[in-house]
Ligand binder design. Structure first.
Ligand SMILES: [Zn+2]
Length: 285
């Protein structure tokens, strides 16, 4: 921060995780009571909690009253084939019931086996239309579908408050075009691995006012040797990502950009609250 730049009292000391799935029942299985963990953070933590399919929307709604939680509802591209008719109407109803709520996780994925990109596109466009109409934060997933993603976003409509390309792994050359469209980009705990040169180089070039941090917890854990908050799935022993690993993403991004942890913490918090509060003044109290 430049000397003399005024600080916003709302964001100082708040760490913001722009993309999580904290409603995931695997946390309880691993012995982590997420509600207690959130309450213990007090006002020092905020996070988006993203549903992935209609079957988990109620879980997100149950977690929504906990401190710092910003709920979001949608259909993940891996789950689109399981959708039931009328989901758009029910999504709209959720958003109208909770004026803080965002849209997503949604998006495009050509990495997953058996994908149907045309079907994913239909569902993604429906999310875009609803988010634009209600001006809600839109959370976008994209793997190996950047050409289609760019085309789809360029055609719009998009919410005025902006959208997140979570764990952005797209080409560096596309950054400026996405910025023009209103994109934010979140740096993932998964990118803390120093071998992920390409994506780390990209994050050195993201404009400061569009930077965010994310864990995607319980998905996308950092490399084992960096992970100070190990958490194991009770069923298969696989490594889960602990939401406390957000600190690791913050420190790693600080190293990449040559900016202090304090500056990045404050900037990513300001960006998170600007995105969620939106220019239309949707209240996220
Ligand atoms: Zn996710």
């Amino acid at each position: 921060m430049r000397p003399g730049t005024p600080r916003s009292p709302d964001v100082v000391g708040v760490r913001c995780d722009a993309h999580t799935h904290l409603h995931d029942p695997r946390f309880a299985g691993a012995g982590l009571d997420i509600s207690l963990w959130l309450r213990a953070r007090g006002g020092e933590y905020a996070c988006a909690v993203n549903a992935t399919e209609e079957a988990d929307w109620d879980d997100v709604t149950r977690l929504a009253p906990e401190p710092g939680v910003y709920p979001a509802y949608g259909l993940h591209p891996w789950k689109v084939s399981a959708r039931k008719p009328g989901w758009e109407r029910r999504l709209r109803a959720r958003l109208e019931t909770d004026l803080r709520a965002g849209v997503g996780e949604t998006g495009l994925d050509r990495w997953i086996e058996g994908h149907d990109l045309d079907d994913q596109l239909r569902v993604f466009r429906a999310h875009m239309e609803i988010a634009a109409e209600l001006n809600r934060p839109l959370t976008v997933h994209c793997l190996r579908a950047w050409g289609a993603m760019r085309e789809c976003l360029a055609a719009g409509p998009l919410p005025q408050c902006g959208f997140l390309l979570h764990a952005y792994g797209g080409p560096t050359e596309m950054l400026s075009e996405f910025v023009e469209m209103g994109a934010y980009f979140s740096f993932s705990t998964y990118f803390t691995d120093p071998r992920r040169h390409r994506v780390r180089d990209t994050f050195a070039r993201v404009p400061p006012e569009r930077l965010l941090l994310e864990t995607d917890a319980p998905a996308m854990p950092p490399p084992r040797r960096l992970n100070e908050n190990p958490l194991e799935d009770a069923e298969d022993g696989s490594l889960l990502n602990h939401p406390a690993n957000l600190s690791l993403a913050l420190e790693s991004l600080s190293g990449i950009r040559g900016e202090s942890v304090a500056v990045l913490e404050e900037r990513t918090a300001a960006n998170f609250f600007r995105w969620w509060n939106g220019p239309a003044g949707v209240c996220c109290g």
